[in-house]
Design a protein around this ligand. Structure first.
Ligand SMILES: Cc1ncc(COP(=O)(O)O)c(C=O)c1O
Length: 427
């Protein structure tokens, strides 16, 4: 958006720009295909000589409008939607990696992302080294190899709630001539815009706060356009040398700052096809329109719940970066002074079994494999999202066996606390 609107205005107005007589509300372009008058016109689209829609697997106007809104919220240059956050994490890496390459990742990660990077892409020939997010610049640097193509981390990790020192990670990435890719799902651009701190590419599971109502799975990749691929030509030949599947187009030459997203759309999406359905993109847009109202309320409620739990005799520990004294409070204040997210973690005295008992007695908070939506929800990562990990991997990912992940919704905080109160009585 070529203006300086505040983020609240962008949540409502960015993206869809109706022309004279067009619908005020973003339409759902529920069409797989788009019509052209001549064969020549269609052919030029296939050669990337003209921009335009021809098949929804590559691009769709509803999706593009929503991607443009998220791009604007993040302060990026170009963006694309994907079918899920997992697809975004996969594409973000595989757009610049191939068999024989390597990435470095902060070890505090969402379990699905850990699985993807530690195991699945390894089978495709791309290896990952995991570093402690609290490690020094030298230690992170030591994990890099000749073939390293990216550094990856989560702004606020799920569920360990480690706040990434984005500037530190960006510095190390750039010293090694690779982009920093940040998953900004938990913070959302309302609370943190990683590009302002040096990150190059941002990914999202839009399934979480962006959708906000647990209605549609989706993902997004946003490129800042700031990383100079040409300056590291030998590392990123996939962007700086001819793509024979498009008659020798060189993405950086033809699309400049749009090279990364154009390649991801026209090559990966073309071949792997993890498009977000226009229907889901429409729902996502409705969610985005209230993101600026919901996120502060999530944070306000979560702080009240965290303070309540901290004062409770049966609670062994509480972790919430907005709490004074929390290990990540200082980093949270630096990168997210208006609040982090609505998710907190805690453990009950009595360990894993006591934590599970508490969860089973909650009435308002539901046990769901989901996080970051309007309804309060709860999960035991060691038994659920992270159950594929062994004890050592759990600890490296910052997931203690007794850890309860509590995703505070936007109900009345007193009701959420009363629910916890009655459940704690049963422990
Ligand atoms: C931080 C983070 N990134 C990525 C994902 C994957 O997103 P999705 O479930 O939309 O595939 C999740 C899912 O919980 C997540 O929490």
């Amino acid at each position: 958006m070529s203006n300086n609107y505040q983020i609240e205005t962008k949540c409502i107005q960015s993206g869809w720009k109706p022309k004279q007589g067009e619908p005020r509300v973003l339409p759902i372009y529920q069409s797989t295909t788009f019509k052209y008058d001549t064969s020549e016109q269609m052919g030029r689209l296939f050669d990337l000589e003209d921009s335009g829609y021809f098949y929804t697997r590559l691009q769709n106007p509803t999706n593009d409008a929503v991607a443009a809104k998220i791009c604007d919220l993040e302060g990026g240059y170009a963006a694309m939607l994907t079918s899920s956050g997992q697809a975004a994490s996969f594409y973000a890496i595989m757009n610049i990696c191939e068999a024989g390459d390597h990435i470095v990742c902060a070890s505090a990660l969402y379990g699905g992302t850990y699985n993807l990077y530690a195991h699945t892409i390894k089978k495709m020939g791309v290896e990952a080294t995991f570093v402690d997010p609290g490690a020094s610049e030298e230690e992170i640097s030591a994990a890099f190899k000749e073939n390293t193509k990216a550094l990856f981390g989560e702004t606020i990790s799920n569920p360990a709630l480690v706040v990434l020192d984005i500037e530190k990670f960006a510095k190390v990435a750039h010293e090694h001539g690779v982009p920093l890719i940040v998953d900004n799902t938990f913070a959302t651009p309302i609370n943190c815009r990683p590009f302002e701190w040096g990150a190059d590419i941002v990914t999202h599971s839009t399934t979480k706060y962006m959708d906000g109502h647990a209605m549609s799975v989706g993902g997004c990749i946003v490129d800042s356009g700031n990383f100079d691929w040409e300056a590291h030509h030998d590392k990123f030949k996939c962007l700086t040398e001819p793509d024979e599947t498009y008659h020798g187009i060189v993405y950086t030459k033809k699309f400049g700052k749009g090279a990364y997203i154009t390649k991801a759309t026209s090559q990966l999406m073309r071949d792997l096809g993890s498009i977000q359905s226009p229907q889901n993109a429409f729902l996502l847009n409705v969610g985005l329109e209230t993101l600026h109202l919901r996120v502060p309320r999530h944070c306000e409620n979560a702080l009240k719940v965290a303070e309540y739990l901290k004062g409770h005799e049966k609670v062994a520990w509480v972790h919430y970066p907005d709490l004074e004294g929390d290990q990540y409070h200082e980093l949270a204040q630096k990168y997210m002074p208006n609040g982090t997210c609505g998710v907190l973690t805690f453990g009950i005295k009595g360990g894993r079994d006591a934590s599970v008992t508490l969860m089973d007695h909650l009435k308002l908070a539901a046990i769901v494999t989901h996080v970051a939506d309007a309804r309060t929800s709860v999960l035991h990562p060691a038994s659920h999202t992270h159950r594929q990990m062994n004890e050592q991997e759990l600890i490296e990912a910052g997931v203690q066996p007794d850890l309860i992940r509590f995703s505070v919704g936007i109900e009345n905080a007193d009701d959420i606390i009363a629910d916890l109160e009655q459940a704690l009585e049963t422990v």
